[in-house]
Design a protein around this ligand. Sequence first.
Ligand SMILES: Nc1ncnc2c1ncn2[C@@H]1O[C@H](COP(=O)(O)OP(=O)(O)OP(=O)(O)O)[C@@H](O)[C@H]1O
Ligand SMILES: [Mg+2]
Length: 324
Amino acid sequence: MVVMQHGKVVETGRAADVLRAPKHEYTKSLVAAAPGLGRTVVRERHFVDESDAPLLELEDVHKTYRIRRGETLDAVGGVSLHIHKGETYALVGESGSGKTTTARVALQLEPATSGRVRFGGVDVTGARGEAARELHRRFQLVHQSPFASLNPLRTIGQTIAEPLREFSVVAPKQRDARVAELLDSVALPPEFASRRPEQLSGGQRQRVAIARALASEPECIVLDEAVSALDVSVQAQVLDLLARLQRETGVAYLFITHDLGVVRELADRVGVLRQGQMVETGYTTEVLDHPTEAYTRALVQAIPGTNLNVAGASQLTGANESND
Ligand SMILES: Nc1ncnc2c1ncn2[C@@H]1O[C@H](COP(=O)(O)OP(=O)(O)OP(=O)(O)O)[C@@H](O)[C@H]1O
Ligand SMILES: [Mg+2]
């Protein structure tokens, strides 16, 4: 393993040794920030009023795609879930299991083949026009790919200001100040408002996408692999930001990821999707500590750091002994 910072190698060694006992300050900070390795923050069970009606409710949602003549694919095959105000619900599962499709149907960006979607107690299934507009003010998406979601011709400031204008969140005179505040909330300096997406790193773009999603002051945000592409130290920063915003505003998150280390840290409840079916759902700690499905167990086994801590432990001890 070789660790680089500012274009120079700062540390090198056997991966297990470096991860166990990092010597350089930068390596130490990386290991400390990696979910499942150094960063084993477990989500504090915070108060979610489950007696209230759910904010978002999916009831037996199906989405069937026609692939070619006479051939269909059940991308989502009867998914039900609900999310309360102020809650984080993680949707996990392997690539192609239907996570993004479920979110797109929830947001009414794609029509469900069957099933109902309710938001704020109102049936929004098939919402169009003003009803869809109102839904998108209250329910936002951070796209899986920030490269695709930011308009390359617009400045960052214009991109973030768009929902402010569209939904008349603040008076026109206050827009610039609000853009600066939103940039600040994702730890970006105000000068970024005049830059274009191509002048930003991937992690910075992702934070812009999050700032934009926050602009309309939504009650729920879908974060579709929103932190997966970030290096662990920026990821930790964004996760902290999301947790803080939730404490301050009561926003709910539908958090899509295949990183169960992040799920453990952030989510109150988790649903495991496989081939468009919800195979397991419950409180995060219960599902991750006592998975009932073999599929969930396999996902838990794949959490980074799990092997280092469990399976690799004896091997490591052996190696250290022979070195002494
Ligand atoms: N527009 C479409 N037309 C046909 N099939 C589609 C379409 N969109 C998605 N699919 C298929 O539906 C299934 C679910 O896709 P989806 O994007 O929801 O997966 P995912 O769980 O988000 O995966 P990933 O982790 O890779 O993002 C996949 O098999 C995919 O190929
Ligand atoms: Mg996806």
